[in-house]
Design a protein around this ligand. Structure first.
Ligand code: SF4
Ligand code: SF4
Length: 293
């Protein structure tokens, strides 16, 4: 049964967000860790404290307890349970958690989209309070927000050395609706909008795409179409292909196989992208031996 109502949130405003937060020591297991300022020192010295991985610093991970999608394979579905408990936090309370070893804030969840006014307010206050030192603003999102809000988020990331990580879950719209309960039109339009911003600050990369390789659904043809779309905007946009593990309403599927992942990796490169990588490789299994790699 789809839990559509559980993914909706009411009551959030710019002044109160339903969320939890924690510190994540750098370098962290982030979708962009292979390419970003905190992960490899990209953009040093303007946007990171170290020429390599930013050891000794931490990310403030902000987990918004709501989402605008309803994915069958949701790997963060616990937000649906947490949302019912409700943990209201003001932007200033979040800013108080930014100490002098915090070098980035990452908004995710769920998704920051339903509570974006709160995240924008908190980001501005945090940057204001930490003027004169590096504090990057990053987002991990399904990309379904209003473009006017996205432009505000993009400016904060662009100026601070942060990035926006977009999940491009499927190319085929019908497949996207079947898997995520919603069209991918807004996400693709928003991604195109951001590609222009990406050219303004190539280092560290501003825009990063990722796709979860769901067995039986997101195959090399889907990945090829997504990759060709990205390459048509900019061949240098980094693209991460992520191995799937069974979760939420898709517990009957296996993890992604090595063979499936390699076919998708090849398809993404053949589509013209220069920076493609496989993530979550510890999950890959050998489909011929039906065993872990
Ligand atoms: S929050 Fe941003 S800068 Fe920090 S590790 Fe993640 S992508 Fe890199
Ligand atoms: S967009 Fe992410 S958090 Fe939201 S339902 Fe889909 S997988 Fe879950």
């Amino acid at each position: 049964m789809r839990l559509a109502t559980a993914s909706k949130l009411t009551g959030a405003t710019a002044e109160k967000g339903n969320l939890s937060w924690y510190y994540d020591p750098l370098p962290t297991n982030c979708v962009a860790d292979w390419i970003c300022a905190g992960g490899i020192g990209s953009g040093y010295p303007d946007f990171t404290y170290c020429p390599g991985p930013e050891r000794g610093y931490k990310n403030l991970a902000v987990f918004y307890q709501a989402c605008s999608f309803d994915c069958l394979f949701c790997q963060n579905w616990h937000y649906r349970l947490a949302a019912t408990k409700q943990n209201w936090v003001s932007p200033m309370e979040l800013v108080d958690a930014v100490d002098d070893r915090t070098s980035c804030i990452c908004y995710f969840g769920g998704d920051p989209t339903p509570q974006l006014p709160h995240a924008l307010r908190a980001s501005r206050l945090a940057l204001d309070k930490n003027k004169g030192r590096i504090l990057r603003i990053c987002w991990e999102t399904n990309g379904s927000m209003h473009p006017a809000s996205l432009k505000q988020a993009a400016k904060l990331s662009l100026d601070s050395g942060g990035c926006i990580k977009f999940d491009l879950k499927a190319w085929n719209e019908k497949l996207h609706i079947a898997l995520c309960g919603i069209s991918n039109k807004r996400t693709l339009e928003n991604f195109s909008l951001l590609a222009d911003y990406a050219k303004r600050r190539p280092v560290p990369p501003f825009l990063i795409a990722s796709t979860l390789l769901v067995p039986g659904y997101i195959d090399e043809q889907e990945v090829s179409n997504i990759a060709r779309f990205i390459a048509s905007l900019d061949q240098n946009i980094p693209y991460a292909l992520l191995a799937f593990h069974p979760d939420f309403l898709m517990t009957d599927l296996p993890t992604t196989s090595l063979q499936h992942a390699e076919r998708c990796l090849t398809a993404a490169k053949e589509a013209g992208l220069c920076r493609v990588r496989l993530g979550n490789i510890h999950l890959l299994r050998n489909e011929y031996q039906d065993d872990w790699i």
